[in-house]
Ligand binder design. Structure first.
Ligand SMILES: NC(=O)c1ccc[n+]([C@@H]2O[C@H](COP(=O)([O-])OP(=O)(O)OC[C@H]3O[C@@H](n4cnc5c(N)ncnc54)[C@H](OP(=O)(O)O)[C@@H]3O)[C@@H](O)[C@H]2O)c1
Length: 232
């Protein structure tokens, strides 16, 4: 298939791009810093674009068969608009060029229920605190993006992973249309789930959760790496 990946230079975007090229798909990888993109392949075209530029987004989407968005920004005190503004330009370009399949990423927090079997402290203190304070502006904009996507006529799937961590290999991960137990999703598994959806369309017009059950880190490991490593 002909795939375009937004947020391609992020850790999840690189996983999607690498796996897609390895499976023989042709990929347009969109990043604001094309000179820094680490991958190259005859089936790969790296495009410099900011999703806040509708003309640049349209050039990337034209001629493609499916769109994968792993766009994201770290937690911030400031208002966040990249998810909603970015997906508005992406869906407008898809309509103009007749591209129907859209797969994008938000967070398991947006299920609005706590994970089955979660501890009292995590579900009543830690997660609500993060969602209502340091993560508020990111989750608010993710909700705006979900509304834009679910109101669209496109064949969309929104993937809501849990806390992300890095592994080298894809595992026997779980997928469900409701919130799954567990706190972590590997970026390799998330990348694979996004690719499976974009090329196979298993859960169209649906919100899905993806969970890694093997080799998951501890909460402290992830907070140490993701929160203080600057990624969100
Ligand atoms: N980290 C977690 O624990 C966690 C948990 C749940 C969900 N998520 C979500 O999962 C997704 C992937 O997260 P991640 O940590 O792997 O990646 P990430 O670090 O959030 O990377 C996202 C990419 O988005 C791109 N981007 C941001 N603003 C852009 C703009 N205006 N125009 C074009 N590109 C832009 C950046 O690429 P360039 O700077 O190269 O352009 C960046 O590399 C994100 O949606 C994130 O919110 C993360």
């Amino acid at each position: 298939m002909k795939l375009v990946v937004f947020g391609a230079n992020g850790p999840t975007g690189r996983q999607v791009t690498e796996q897609a090229v390895a499976e023989g798909h042709s990929v347009v990888a969109v990043t604001r810093r094309p000179e820094e993109f680490p991958l190259s392949d005859p089936r790969l075209r790296v495009v410099g674009a900011d999703v806040e530029d509708p003309a640049a987004v349209e050039r990337a989407v034209a001629g493609q068969e499916a769109v994968i968005s792993t766009l994201g920004v770290p937690y911030s005190r400031n208002p966040v608009t990249v998810y909603s503004e970015g997906i508005t330009h992406i869906t407008q370009a898809m309509t103009k060029h007749g591209v129907r399949r859209l797969v994008c990423v938000t967070s398991t927090v947006l299920f609005g229920v706590s994970a089955p079997g979660e501890t009292f402290f995590f579900r009543t203190v830690l997660e609500p605190f993060i969602a209502r304070t340091i993560g508020r502006t990111v989750y608010d904009d993710m909700r705006r993006m979900e509304r834009i996507v679910s109101d669209s006529h496109h064949e969309w799937t929104v993937v809501r992973p849990a806390g992300l961590f890095d592994t080298n290999a894809v595992s026997d991960y779980q997928v469900a249309t409701s919130r799954l137990p567990g706190r972590f999703t590997s970026r390799a598994d998330l990348g694979n789930a996004l690719l499976r959806e974009a090329t196979g369309g298993r859960h169209v017009r649906a919100f899905i959760d993806v969970r890694t059950t093997e080799g998951v880190p501890s909460v402290l490991d992830v907070i140490r790496k993701e929160a203080f490593g600057g990624k969100k």
